[in-house]
Design a protein around this ligand. Structure first.
Ligand SMILES: *[C@@H]1O[C@H](CO)[C@@H](O)[C@H](O)[C@H]1NC(C)=O
Ligand SMILES: *[C@@H]1O[C@H](CO)[C@@H](O)[C@H](O)[C@H]1NC(C)=O
Length: 319
């Protein structure tokens, strides 16, 4: 029924003649055009011989183990290879801990002139990212290779972070305008403190900014070195860096409005034999500024003697 309603079709004989004519015209066009086209590029003509790997793959023999393969005979210069091309728009995944210190980085950048910076104990490299995002030449060093591989593989490949110990830094003296460290020094062992502080001051050209936790509340096993503020300041002074008071108080949040009734979980921290003991409590005060997706802790630790709230900021100037 449908067929009968179709309009009249052109005759098949005419169609074939037209197609043939078009084909012949096309052939003529290419026959005329061909001599005018540019010669094939020399590179294409002299294509390099396929590599042994490619040849083996083409021959289908890669599926077998080559028991006579000698890796030394096929050694390459790995550092002559360029880094792999990066995906457009790739963005590393941030977790709550990764972005915790972003506002603190912004604070330091806005208060201190510096171009080069080392993040000592960089962990997942987030401070290096945050500093680079603010146009600072930042590098990081981290004790755990596994953490770098898991959380900062891109920074590792780019040579922006590396594995190493703060007790023995690989850098020459005075390499960084600023040495930066966030919540690292409370995790070192007491007998490492001298080496670590000496190394941090040695590689700094001018400034050091650190947060060093003064409490073990919720972190009993992890915080291996809790000492009062004046103990840290004396140690840095011994190694040639004096407190930069103006910067400490620009960065350190204080709240002296709390009264005794506001304090919870109070305990004595520190070492009676080394630096003395001090009181740390918690108060109902939000932990840092909340960033999207960040877990906001309702409790924050405080040293009641002077109303300083965590994170405890330290700033030094090399003399
Ligand atoms: C196996 O390795 C030997 C030595 O390197 C090499 O000469 C040979 O071509 C290899 N065979 C294949 C199939 O790749
Ligand atoms: C390896 O390649 C790098 C970068 O191209 C070069 O600087 C270096 O000299 C090369 N090493 C050797 C042993 O050829």
């Amino acid at each position: 029924m449908l067929l009968s309603q179709r309009p009249a079709q052109p005759r098949p004989g005419l169609l074939i003649q037209c197609a043939l004519a078009a084909f012949i015209l096309l052939l003529c066009y290419f026959a005329i055009r061909r001599p005018c086209t540019a010669p094939a590029p020399v590179e294409a003509a002299a294509a390099p011989a396929p590599s042994p790997l490619a040849a083996a793959a083409a021959a289908g023999s890669l599926q077998y183990v080559n028991v006579t393969y000698d890796p030394l005979a096929h050694s390459i210069n790995a550092s002559s290879y360029p880094h792999p091309k990066r995906r457009a728009g790739f963005k590393a995944v941030n977790n709550a801990n990764a972005i915790k210190y972003d506002s603190y980085v912004g604070d330091v950048v806005s208060k201190l002139p510096f171009e080069t910076v080392l993040d000592a104990g960089t962990g997942n490299g987030q401070l290096v990212r945050a500093l680079r995002a603010r146009n600072r030449a930042a590098w990081g060093i981290e004790l755990s290779q596994a953490v770098l591989e898991r959380d900062a593989a891109d920074l590792l490949a780019a040579g922006l972070v590396e594995q190493g110990s703060l007790t023995d830094l690989p850098y020459a003296d005075s390499q960084f305008d600023l040495v930066f460290s966030a919540d690292v020094l409370e995790h070192i062992l007491p007998d490492q403190a001298d080496d670590v502080v000496r190394e941090l001051v040695r590689v700094a050209k001018r400034d050091l900014v650190l947060s060093i936790s003064l409490k073990s509340i919720h972190n009993d096993e992890l915080h291996t070195l809790l000492r009062p503020r004046d103990w840290w300041e004396a140690l840095f002074a011994e190694h040639g860096a004096v407190p930069n008071r103006a910067l400490v108080w620009a960065l350190q949040q204080k709240d002296v409005s709390f009264i005794r009734d506001d304090y919870n979980d109070c305990r004595q921290e520190g070492d009676a034999e080394d630096g003395g003991r001090f009181e740390v409590c918690t108060v109902q005060q939000t932990w840092l500024v909340g960033a999207p997706g960040q877990e906001v802790r309702p409790h924050r630790a405080i040293t009641p003697a002077n109303g300083e709230l965590e994170p405890w900021m330290f700033a030094f100037r090399k003399v």
